[in-house]
Design a protein around this ligand. Structure first.
Ligand SMILES: *[C@@H]1O[C@H](CO)[C@@H](O)[C@H](O)[C@H]1NC(C)=O
Ligand SMILES: *[C@@H]1O[C@H](CO)[C@@H](O)[C@H](O)[C@H]1NC(C)=O
Length: 340
């Protein structure tokens, strides 16, 4: 690409400088109770959601809007005490047969034994990508932050800002990636007695019911999607956190943390389960484990109007003309690969 060089000034934009904190949603504003009647409660003026499970039913909450790419943060305090057989969740899912889904599921345990954080990713109807973790703290003693970052390059799951899992876009080698179906956000609690705790070996102690998980500080920085169009088309409707999450990748510190979690806390990884995939591991498992990506923005400001003077010749949405033609941004991606 070439520009009238006299009128172009190139700047490297440090994205981190632009971040501003988004405020927590109220549960009333963002969605509604979807099942469980009085077992689900929105309290404290919409800031706290409690979901309970008893021997008759679980309960759930879902967002009103659907989103295509986002950063979601939710603080969760899990069912305390003997929670064996209970499953609390925080997940995203699209509708229909070939649905996409990104899951955090919290499998309870008998008192004093560790919870399992069960994660999975479905793309275009296909799942079977489980990874499970024991965390480094007691998730029932206090609220901890669980984050989903979903952008066109990757899905990243974080716990207290520590990445625990990254699923890269590997469409180039034929692995479907969720990038065309908008998803609803869900929080639920349900009865997983028949499988959740050591394959159903440990029964739920229903005398402890109701079992209650609490959710608060729900923050949505997302591209809202309705009637086929995304709110992220223009800068007026996209806040800086959403914008940053759209290009978010691992920095080297996060990469270190991810490796630590995977070494010390991961208790199951589909990518090492050869018995389960006798015909060969899924193709993404043979890719470099993590793509370590650095994004660089080049920004060109000009006295001319970029709409009038130049046209975008390649790169799709990596090249953008903004501010009524006054600003051109170009995104280049360098991928540094580290092997497992
Ligand atoms: C469910 O729990 C309630 C309250 O503890 C109890 O009265 C009832 O018998 C239980 N129902 C079943 C089917 O176990
Ligand atoms: C429950 O605790 C046992 C013993 O520490 C552990 O092996 C198991 O993975 C835990 N189960 C779940 C569902 O977290």
């Amino acid at each position: 690409m070439s520009f009238p060089s006299s009128s172009v000034m190139l700047l490297v934009l440090m994205l981190t400088a632009l971040l501003k904190a988004a405020s927590a949603e109220t549960f009333h504003r963002a969605g509604q109770i979807s099942f469980g009647n009085e077992l689900a409660n929105i309290l404290n003026g919409g800031k706290l959601l409690t979901l309970s499970l008893d021997n008759s039913t679980g309960s759930g909450y879902q967002s009103t809007n659907t989103y295509l790419f986002e950063r979601l943060d939710m603080n969760i305090k899990l069912v305390p005490g003997n929670s064996a057989g209970t499953v609390a969740t925080f997940y995203l899912s699209s509708q229909g047969a070939n649905h996409d889904e990104i899951d955090f599921e919290f499998l309870g345990n008998v008192s004093g034994q560790p919870y399992t954080i069960h994660t999975n990713i479905y793309s275009q109807g296909g799942g079977n990508r489980e990874q499970q973790f024991h965390v480094w703290f007691d998730p029932t003693a206090a609220f901890h932050k669980y984050t989903v970052i979903w952008n066109p390059q990757l899905i990243m799951l974080m716990v207290d800002d520590t990445p625990i899992r990254v699923f890269n876009n590997n469409e180039a080698i034929g692995v479907p990636f969720p990038n065309s179906q908008a998803m609803t956000v869900y929080a639920t609690i349900w009865d997983g007695e028949t499988w959740a705790t050591e394959g159903g070996r440990i029964p739920t102690d229903w005398t402890q019911a109701p079992f209650t998980a609490s959710y608060e500080s729900f923050v949505i920085n997302a591209c809202e999607y309705s009637s086929g169009s995304s709110s992220c088309g223009s800068s007026e409707t996209t806040n800086s956190v959403t914008e940053a999450s759209l290009t978010q990748s691992l920095d080297s510190e996060e990469h270190e943390k991810l490796l630590w979690v995977q070494e010390n806390c991961m208790i199951y990884n589909y990518c090492t389960d050869n018995e389960r995939f006798p015909q060969g591991l899924p193709p993404e498992c043979n890719q470099p484990y993590y793509l370590h990506v650095h994004d660089h923005y080049l920004m060109a400001a000009s006295a001319e109007n970029f709409y009038r003077d130049v046209e975008i010749t390649f790169g799709d949405e990596r090249a953008m003309i903004l501010d009524g033609g006054d600003l051109l941004t170009l995104l280049t991606t360098l991928a540094l690969v580290s092997n497992p």
